[in-house]
Design a protein around this ligand. Sequence first.
Ligand SMILES: Cc1cc2nc3c(=O)[nH]c(=O)nc-3n(C[C@H](O)[C@H](O)[C@H](O)COP(=O)(O)OP(=O)(O)OC[C@H]3O[C@@H](n4cnc5c(N)ncnc54)[C@H](O)[C@@H]3O)c2cc1C
Ligand code: FES
Length: 249
Amino acid sequence: MSINLVTEVVTNRFLSGDTFLLDVKFNEKPSPGQFVMLSMVDGRTDPYLPRPISVFDWNDGVLSLIIKVVGRGTELLSKIRPGEKLRVVGHLGNKFPDTEGTVFYVGGGIGIAPLFYTAKMSKASKKVFFLGFKDEASVIAKEMFEKIGEVILCTDDGSCGIAGYPHAALAKKMETGEVPDLVCTCGPEIMMESVHRIISQNEKIAVCHSLEARMGCGIGACLGCRIETKGGNYLVCKDGPVFDGKDIF
Ligand SMILES: Cc1cc2nc3c(=O)[nH]c(=O)nc-3n(C[C@H](O)[C@H](O)[C@H](O)COP(=O)(O)OP(=O)(O)OC[C@H]3O[C@@H](n4cnc5c(N)ncnc54)[C@H](O)[C@@H]3O)c2cc1C
Ligand code: FES
């Protein structure tokens, strides 16, 4: 069920130079892969629109979000203090599929955000995370992922973990004979497309991608998040944000 409420910030702290973890009170349990729309409640009209943010985690009425500062809205959110109020609309969108077998999760940068809760809630017998970051200073939440599965850390400059992109690490893993039943991705489009190219060589493996688009309403009313894909035209907020790879690439 989706609700629209003014709620209270529990904690807000930076995890790296530009990325922070925001905990807010939120009683409705979300589904893995869903997102919420956040806006300030201090009467300001700049920014006018709410900002979509993925569910990173949810525990007993506390919703955790990992947010990268990229502009005005996310900068304001980074400055909000415990006890202050925030409007949260959600949980919104569809969810990642699940399986009892092996799941590979591939995340690039802030794209790791929807993968943690998705994996935590999954019934998969084996979970492997391919997490890609720019450099060592940008690595976030690695210890949390390590608690629920195997982590293969990659950095673009090789300052930490394997040098290179997460889809290359995934290809290497598959060369050793480890083949997943399902792959869930979120991150730069080029990374998701590369994963898709590798995985689509084996028709038995399902692959799903969580997409991003600029959003106005988050509920299918403004048509602002419409995308054209090979499978047709979709609204990322209502038809997604999770899409079957076959429909996208
Ligand atoms: C379903 C969904 C889930 C998301 N989950 C997260 C998350 O968990 N953590 C997180 O940090 N961010 C997430 N985002 C992206 C986040 O919504 C944007 O970064 C945010 O809205 C930017 O707002 P701003 O006011 O700070 O930046 P703006 O001032 O609006 O824009 C700053 C720059 O960021 C670019 N930008 C803004 N929004 C997007 C977008 N959606 N996709 C690509 N580029 C964008 C703009 O083109 C511009 O260059 C998600 C987006 C979607 C659609
Ligand atoms: S954000 Fe308004 S229709 Fe998707």
